[in-house]
Design a protein around this ligand. Structure first.
Ligand code: FAD
Length: 489
């Protein structure tokens, strides 16, 4: 008889693990507290609009391709993937813009026009980023890092990779580029997903390689297409899904996990994999003596920001907006300080705007736009209606000034969420949106471990463990956890 695996949480890491474990012959059941699969890859459908509630940047397409290929499929079996051009655009003060074109030569031209000699610098920078990307993807990212032996591997000890751990992204960027626009353009991915660029090791400038060289992609229909694809594969492999099934306790007997309690009922299992928020699992589902880490440990960790999100349906087209636009037309350092140092509400924030209706007619009524606006927030502040309203008014005013069009009076649908949403909907520790920041002290072997040190049939996956936050890393995390379980059984 097949061994029974209970997976807690149907986010992308849980779905990925479920598919790999079912393929390996396990009897897999996924327990999900919400009534849908996908976790943070959620969609909001209302008044004819469809919004990507969480992730909207489809980077590293080869990770998705590999996942589908592992199960005998192609990406095109599930959705059409478009390469965006420009991949994204940045708006700076005085409404200056830099589009990040899909053609790298055009990006070099954009750089050179801003700072003489910067095209050559960018070429060298991206060459290094490519090297790091390829070593990281082939020898680092797919490792469980349960011990230092994973690190003391000939290729992981590659000189390029090691040096990229010793310096920060900021050091790598600032030694080559002087103009603040170029610096901000290259530093933004780590700032939005992690910490200040001074604290993130240069290893993560591989994200620039993903953005500039591989490009930004869009699955027609929206990011939820990815969830649907993973769920379909899992069901085809015989995975059972139980929705509205919040796990209340992991049952341990004689230092062995024997099941979980769901809605007051014990469900037996031979092995448990938690794909729910790691901190929540340990602090709420496990007795203290079985935890890998205590509350003090989690309180000391650097979390990536939480977010304030507005989902807006607009009853007209707005010409100047792109599919992805980053608004850096405000004081960069002031907002970053409020997120990571002083933990305050920003009054004139940086923000990211997506308008997938620019590319996809299925996500908004005819001649309408679906805008998602994301403002990074500290995880240390609580939701505050008047601060949210002030930010909304500030952003609408700036959008109207940038586009030269009336927008506020054309909003026909509006929903907003912030920290409480992440806590309530996904049990996210401190309402974090994207897990742990990728600081040096929270990379690879130094991340929370995938195995429980006291209960040997209890495992963890997802954005709080290796390799880290983001959809592609979470897909990989599920695969690594499945391998660990398979090797043990
Ligand atoms: C606003 C936002 C924007 C983002 N943008 C991007 C982007 O553009 N590109 C990108 O690559 N990444 C992005 N990310 C990050 C990415 O979405 C996440 O890193 C990834 O989806 C995390 O997957 P996961 O499986 O680890 O966790 P989750 O998606 O959080 O899944 C965990 C699941 O566990 C369930 N759960 C929790 N507790 C229990 C319980 N007790 N019982 C049962 N189920 C439980 C939750 O309901 C949830 O379904 C974004 C995230 C957010 C929030």
């Amino acid at each position: 008889m097949s061994k029974k695996i209970a997976i807690i949480g149907s986010g992308i890491s849980g779905l990925s693990a479920a598919c790999h474990l079912a393929k390996a012959g396990f009897d897999v059941t996924v327990y999900e507290k919400n009534n849908y699969a996908g976790g943070r890859i959620d969609k909001l459908e209302d008044s004819g609009f469809t919004f990507d509630m969480g992730p909207s940047w489809y980077w590293m397409p080869e990770v998705f391709d590999k996942f589908y290929a592992d199960f005998g499929y192609k990406t095109s079996d599930f959705y059409d993937l478009l390469k965006l051009n420009p991949g994204f655009e940045i708006v700076y003060n005085n409404n200056n813009t830099i589009p990040v074109w899909s053609d790298l030569n055009k990006i070099y031209d954009e750089f050179e026009a801003i700072e003489k000699g910067s095209a050559q610098q960018l070429k060298a920078y991206l060459k290094k980023a490519e090297k790091i990307y390829s070593i990281a993807m082939s020898d680092m990212v797919y490792k469980p890092f349960v011990s230092w032996t994973d690190f003391i591997d000939s290729k992981a000890l590659n000189i390029n990779l090691l040096s990229s751990l010793l310096y920060s992204v900021s050091h790598e960027v600032r030694k080559r580029f002087k103009h603040p626009y170029l610096r901000q353009l290259l530093e933004f991915p780590v700032i939005f997903l992690g910490s200040t660029a001074e604290k993130i090791p240069a290893l993560y400038h591989l994200m620039n390689y993903a953005a500039f060289v591989q490009g930004t992609w869009y699955p027609q229909g929206g990011m939820y297409k990815v969830t649907e694809a993973f769920e379909t594969i899992a069901k085809n492999l015989g995975v059972t899904f139980k929705f509205n099934a919040p796990v209340e306790k992991i049952v341990i007997e004689n230092n062995k996990a024997t099941g979980i309690t769901v809605n007051g009922v014990i469900e037996k299992a031979d092995c448990i994999l938690s794909a729910a928020d790691y901190a929540f699992t340990e602090l709420h589902l496990l007795d203290e003596k079985y935890r890998n880490y205590d509350l003090n440990y989690w309180n000391k960790k650097t979390f990536a920001p939480s977010s304030l999100l507005f989902y807006l349906g607009i009853n007209k087209k707005i010409n100047k907006l792109k599919h992805h636009t980053l608004f850096f037309d405000a004081d960069f350092d002031s907002h970053i300080d409020k997120v990571y140092k002083t933990h305050e509400w920003p009054n004139n924030p940086l923000f990211y705007l997506s308008a997938t209706s620019k590319t996809d007619t299925s996500v908004a009524p005819e001649n309408c736009e679906n805008l998602v606006i994301l403002v990074p927030l500290s995880t240390e502040i609580e939701d505050n209606e008047s601060a949210v309203n002030a930010i909304y008014n500030n952003i609408i005013k700036r959008l109207e000034s940038y586009t030269g069009e009336a927008i506020g009076e054309h909003v026909i649908f509006k929903k907003q969420v912030a920290k409480k949403h992440f806590k309530d909907t996904y049990n996210a520790f401190k309402g974090n949106a994207y897990g742990l920041a990728n600081t040096l002290m929270q990379t690879a072997t130094l991340k929370p471990k995938m195995v429980n040190k006291k209960v040997n049939n209890l495992f963890y996956t997802g954005q709080l463990t290796v390799p880290g936050p983001g959809v592609p890393p979470s897909i990989i995390s599920g695969e690594i956890a499945a391998k660990l379980i398979n090797n043990q059984n």
